[in-house]
Each structure stands twice: as structure tokens, then as C-alpha cells.
Design a protein around this ligand. Structure first.
Ligand code: GTP
Length: 170
């Protein structure tokens, strides 16, 4: 397939929030209840079409565990888009997104597009972060916010496509 554009995208967020699961759901249409923690990073690619443009997304899915923290700049460097993931049932993971945004604003490409994903929306009863708070924060930093579930598939295509659209529009 002929590709018009190629975009590097990175997933970032605390360990266990579902970064790999979102990427796997998006690229392979699969979900694994026992997804293992990522070491270093995973690379996945997907070809999509937005209007008349065919785009290859090169997705670097990073490891969220603290011991891999120092590797992150290698992956977000030159990325045009970042999917910042938190787990709606884990308050700390939301604050981790806030700290990633601060870091990306200082260290990443100045044109980088952000999308925030509040993942594990299938576990609504255990929610710790009010949706309104997350949406207000996203608005404040000029990012889009999506409620996602890698388990059910809710919001998954939408959040990745939004990143591609934002990059395309820059
Ligand atoms: P690290 O590789 O450690 O950074 O983790 P990660 O953010 O990539 O999380 P991962 O995709 O490995 O998922 C962690 C656990 O959460 C796994 O057991 C997944 O099956 C589970 N999980 C991921 N997404 C969802 C979701 O949307 N809903 C539910 N219920 N569980 C999920």
C-alpha cells in the first residue's frame, strides 16, 4: 500500500494502566486479561486512511514501570503524537499523566499533539477520578480526552485516530 504520511506516536503512563492493551486492541483487535508488563518498549504499526490521506502510524508503546523511566525520552523524542494513559480506578495514575505532560512540554517536539485516555472504563464502579476533572484538565492543556476500555474496545479507535487527525492538521 502506498503511504502518504508516516507518524511516530508514543504511549506514556504509569505501569498497568493499559497502554499495551490499548495498542494491541487498536492494531490487532485483541485483548489479554493477563497482559504482561512491558520491558523497554513494544513497537506496533498500523495503516489507516483519513479522508484522502493514507497514513502509517508507528506506535512506540513504552514501559510504565519506574525502572524503565529513563528510557522514555528515547521513545518520545521526535514523536509527533502522545497517547497519555491513566486508569480511571487509580488516582495516582492520573497525576502521572500530569507529570508526563509537564515533561513533554519541556523535552518533546514543540509540535507534539496530546490525547489523554482514561482507560478501564468498563470498571466504572471503581472510578477514582471524576470524568469532569479529567476533561477540565485536558481542556486546560489543549488536549482531547477519551474514555476508553481496551477490554470492551470503547473509544480505542477514536483516541488513536484523533492523534492522527491532530498531527495531520498541524
Ligand atoms: P506496563 O507495561 O507495566 O507499563 O503496563 P501497561 O500500561 O502497558 O498495561 P497493560 O496493557 O499491560 O495492562 C495491565 C493490566 O490491565 C492487564 O492485566 C490488562 O489485561 C488490564 N487492562 C488493560 N486495559 C484494561 C481495560 O480497559 N479494562 C480492564 N478491566 N482491564 C484492563
Amino acid at each position: 500500500m502506498e503511504v502518504d504520511r508516516e507518524f511516530k506516536i508514543v504511549t506514556l503512563g504509569e505501569g498497568r494502566v493499559g497502554k499495551t492493551s490499548l495498542a494491541m486492541r487498536y492494531v490487532r483487535g485483541q485483548f489479554n486479561e493477563k497482559e504482561q508488563s512491558t520491558t523497554n518498549a513494544n513497537f506496533l504499526e498500523k495503516n489507516i486512511r483519513i479522508n484522502e490521506t493514507s497514513i502509517k502510524l508507528n506506535i512506540w508503546d513504552t514501559a510504565g514501570q519506574e525502572r524503565f523511566r529513563a528510557l522514555a525520552p528515547n521513545y518520545y523524542r521526535e514523536a509527533k503524537g502522545a497517547l497519555l494513559v491513566y486508569d480511571i480506578t487509580d488516582k495516582e495514575s492520573f497525576w502521572k499523566v500530569v507529570s508526563w505532560v509537564e515533561e513533554l512540554k519541556m523535552q518533546a517536539d514543540k509540535d507534539i499533539s496530546f490525547v489523554i485516555a482514561g482507560n478501564k472504563c468498563d470498571l466504572e464502579l471503581d472510578r477514582q477520578i471524576p470524568k469532569e476533572q479529567a476533561i477540565a484538565y485536558a481542556k486546560q492543556i489543549g488536549a482531547a480526552h477519551y474514555s476508553t476500555s481496551a477490554k470492551s474496545g470503547m473509544g480505542v479507535n477514536e483516541c488513536f485516530e484523533e492523534i492522527a487527525k491532530l498531527i495531520l492538521d498541524k
